[in-house]
Design a protein around this ligand. Structure first.
Ligand SMILES: [Fe+2]
Ligand SMILES: [Fe+2]
Length: 195
């Protein structure tokens, strides 16, 4: 199965993207062990999270429409945002993935989702901080936090990606903010229980 997926990826994504994907696969499995989630499932979700990354906008929209996927006007205007949902469709159709938690983790990797599962949180975080993303102090800090406090890293990674989007003057999908606020409030709740 893994070899089949990697061979498919070699045909459908760039060499750099494949390195990133393998980084997400490995880091998802590592975080899963630390946070007591099935590392097999985390590795599979990581390996398949960006299947549709290089699909052109019209192909993304076509597949989404064919599957009856509901998407808002921001996604309609920026189809790249739905590569996560379409990757889950490809995982189902090409590789027979049926596990809803794995499919959700693939769907949630770009924008997150309030109340998302540990598995989804792991892939969301690993996508942003796996080794090929760089070695800045900020990324190193995020990597440390991800091992100690997963929800804290979800809100920090959301902030990191919001800052990137603001600096690059790119469109921000409100779900990133909803994800951030959810994780932040969970962290505050947990902190108040401990103090
Ligand atoms: Fe992605
Ligand atoms: Fe990715």
């Amino acid at each position: 199965m893994r070899d089949k997926i990697i061979n498919w990826l070699k045909e459908n994504v760039s060499a750099d993207r494949l390195e990133h994907i393998l980084g997400v696969e490995k880091m998802s499995a590592e975080l899963a062990i630390i946070h007591k989630v099935d590392p097999e499932k985390a590795a599979q979700a990581g390996l398949m999270h960006d299947l549709a990354k290089f699909f052109p906008p019209n192909k993304l929209l076509e597949i989404a429409q064919k599957e009856g996927l509901k998407f808002d006007s921001i996604c309609a205007n920026h189809p790249h945002l739905i590569h996560a949902d379409v990757s889950a469709i490809v995982a189902q159709e090409n590789f027979g993935v049926k596990d809803q938690k794995i499919l959700d983790a693939i769907r949630n990797h770009t924008l997150g989702q309030p109340k998302m599962s540990l598995l989804s949180s792991i892939v969301f975080v690993a996508d942003a901080i796996e080794p090929t993303r760089g070695n800045t102090q900020e990324l190193e800090n995020l990597r440390q936090i991800s091992r100690k406090n997963l929800l804290k890293s979800v809100f920090k990674v959301s902030d990191y990606s919001l800052q990137f989007l603001l600096n690059a003057q790119r469109v921000i999908h409100p779900r990133t903010i909803l994800t951030r606020n959810w994780a932040l409030s969970e962290v505050i709740k947990a902190d108040s229980l401990h103090n």
